[in-house]
Design a binder for this molecule. Sequence first.
Ligand code: SAH
Length: 339
Amino acid sequence: MKKIKDFTLEELKEELKALGEKPFRAEQIFHWIYVEKVKSFDEMTNLSISLREKLEQEYTLSNFNIIKKQESQDGTKKYLFDVLDGNAIETVLMEYHHGKTICVSSQIGCKMGCKFCASTGIAFVRSLTAGEIVEQIIAVEQDIQDKISNIVFMGIGEPLDNYENVIKAIRILNHSKGLNIGARHISVSTSGLVPKIYDLVKENIPCTLSISLHATNNEKRSSMMPVNNAYPIEELIQACKDYIAATNRRISFEYALAKDNNDNLEDAKALVKLLKGMLCHVNLIPINKIENGSFTKSTNENIIKFRDYLNDHGIVATIRRELGSDIDAACGQLRRKNL
Ligand code: SAH
């Protein structure tokens, strides 16, 4: 059965036309799903009963069930959702002073194989559909009875390895007649799939692009992130420069600091050299230890020194607050869990 949340409003209008209905019905349905957040076609009371029945036969609303919900001492919530085919994914909700941010998964498992990430080591199953990405936001909003203001594609999976569905999900989330979450409040994080960065330029969606950099030379980066063998640092940085030139948008570089690996002054110097003059921001993430992982967190002293060196040399850098680590909800700790 077709999943109704997989359609943009424009596509839904075509679907309705094919059912012999007027396109404005699509707007009504869109409103019920994304503004009223109803869980059944039956609740769409301004549609005729016969249309509701027709929708019921052709489509599913595919509401996720919450299998498990954990709450951290800092207020972060981690959800394990049943995606209705025997698989499960994790989604995290974080509270910041500027609003609620949700960290969504884009795939069930991940193919990238980053050595420091908990999503590695469990077999990749499949990409999520656009509707399954969007449903994570709806299900959390339903649960907390509140609006989410920011979305980061930093959960399980590589969003640019599920390009079409991620773009479609952003268009659905962004729509003024639906959830109406501004593209500027949406961040897409990539391990560095260079051709897709060029594709993203053409979409004309003003979301934030985050690049998981983590190292400044190919030897070290390849040892942490196998994707670097396919798209080495020079190609990645060139793509970022081209992206900035074409969009005039600032890129955010993520750099996870691991003790005695990439956190010394030489690394900071190399990072300044690499990023000098680019319209960018560096997000320093104290690396989170994962089960059987060999990377450990840098000392607080080193993290601060690293940040200060960057800031003193013209690169704006901030340290990401660690949220949800007591419930394994921090960066890189999400896994696909079997039901
Ligand atoms: N695949 C995408 C998005 C998912 S990961 C990407 O690679 O960007 C989101 C961020 O968390 C990435 O920057 C990733 O490198 C980082 N991350 C992964 N494991 C981590 C860990 N153990 N500690 C800190 N950050 C981690």
